[in-house]
Design a protein. Structure first.
Length: 349
């Protein structure tokens, strides 16, 4: 790799910001990349209407810099962030490593972001043309004790409540101290209950409907732990589970191909345990349109891409959507939600 991966990422973000600032370029991007809305691909979930099931995973646009350009690439939804209450520098650079040949990314960024105030200011100005759903991932400061997770998350939510359609709680970062303990059962149970209650309070105070809350979990768990997580999530009041974050390794969080089978099986297992009671957002190692379709069959109501977007580029969303449409027609599904979980038992084995 000739150029540092994080430098390349910032260059891509700057390019998208330039497109955003120049309407003809934005229009051209829409023309080239955005699939025309298809009813069969639309998903209704947690009271939200997703024009299609393909989302951008958290961490790609942490600071909400490029949502209009990303929307032009055809995403059905964007999970911006992870944002913390105050700005974070994260771990020292270099901290993102990737292999195009072997299709993996390792990162130990550690939530570097501009902080809730700056991000709220940008979210306020977003006007993604079309109906791309925009949500925000929230986490705690690197140095904060896990007990601070909910107060800090609530504070971020209060600042951004009117500008996004959903929030997700990141309890699974492989790069924050105690990131894993945070995903443990007792802690998770208590945190989700508290956050759901606070969500109701904020909505009441602002005279709005409560926003859907998702929780993002770690893939570094045993099958028995997945069952336990499913039980906790089922009783927690959250509107969805995002499975999964990058996998913890000594070098940092591992994403891409090495995560594929684990994330696929996790989706299928969750599907069989949750039995449709809590929607699943499948993420991890979706690198081809076929992987995306497989994830839907395994039980993902929605999917997200990160590494696949980095390696395949902006045309990837459209490729996934047109492949899914073809498969739906071939296999006799009249909409994508019908296909969701059709092979969960097979992939859960
Ligand atoms: C450089 C990088 C930064 C990431 N930052 C975040 C983050 O801030 N919050 C989060 O929830 N996930 C973050 N992730 C995890 C991704 O959202 C995703 O769960 C993971 O990469 C697996 O998907 P993939 O195999 O398609 O890359 C990050 C991943 C990478 C590679």
């Amino acid at each position: 790799m000739l150029i540092d991966a994080e430098t390349a990422h910032h260059a891509a973000l700057n390019f998208l910001r330039a497109i955003q600032g120049f309407p003809p370029a934005l229009g051209l991007a829409r023309l080239c990349y955005r699939q025309k809305p298809e009813k069969e691909l639309a998903v209704k979930l947690a009271g939200l209407e997703f024009p299609n099931p393909v989302g951008l995973a958290a961490g790609w646009d942490k600071d909400a810099l490029a949502s209009e350009a990303l929307s032009a690439f055809g995403f059905g939804f964007l999970e911006l962030g992870t944002v913390t209450r105050w700005p974070e520098k994260g771990h020292p650079r270099p901290r993102i490593f990737r292999s195009f040949k072997d299709q993996w990314i390792v990162n130990r960024v550690g939530f570097a972001n501009d902080g809730a105030e700056a991000v709220a200011g940008r979210l306020k100005r977003i006007d993604p043309k079309g109906k791309t759903v925009v949500g925000l991932s929230v986490g705690k400061m690197l140095a904060s004790h896990p007990k601070r997770l909910i107060p800090e998350a609530v504070s971020i939510m209060e600042m951004c409540y009117s500008y996004v359609s959903f929030f997700s709680l990141n309890v699974s970062s492989p790069n924050t101290p105690q990131g894993f303990k945070m995903g443990g059962r007792g802690f998770l149970e208590e945190s989700l209950r508290e956050l759901s209650a606070q969500n109701q309070h904020i909505a009441q105070r602002l005279g709005q409907s409560p926003k859907p809350l998702f929780v993002k979990i770690s893939p570094t768990v045993s099958l028995a732990e997945v069952d336990e997580l499913a039980r906790v999530i089922r009783g927690s009041g959250v509107s969805g589970v995002i499975a999964a974050n990058s996998m913890a390794t000594p070098r940092g969080g591992l994403s891409g191909l090495p995560l594929q089978l684990i994330a696929l099986k996790m989706t299928a297992r969750l599907r069989s345990r949750l039995a449709g009671s809590v929607p699943i957002i499948g993420v991890g190692g979706i690198l081809t349109p076929r992987d995306a379709w497989q994830r839907v069959l395994a039980g993902a109501d929605l999917i997200q891409i990160f590494s696949g977007f980095v390696f395949r580029g902006p045309g990837f969303v459209r490729q996934i959507l047109s492949y899914c449409l073809d498969q739906m027609h071939k296999e006799g599904f009249s909409n994508i939600s019908q296909a969701c979980g059709a092979k969960a038992d097979y992939y859960a084995r």
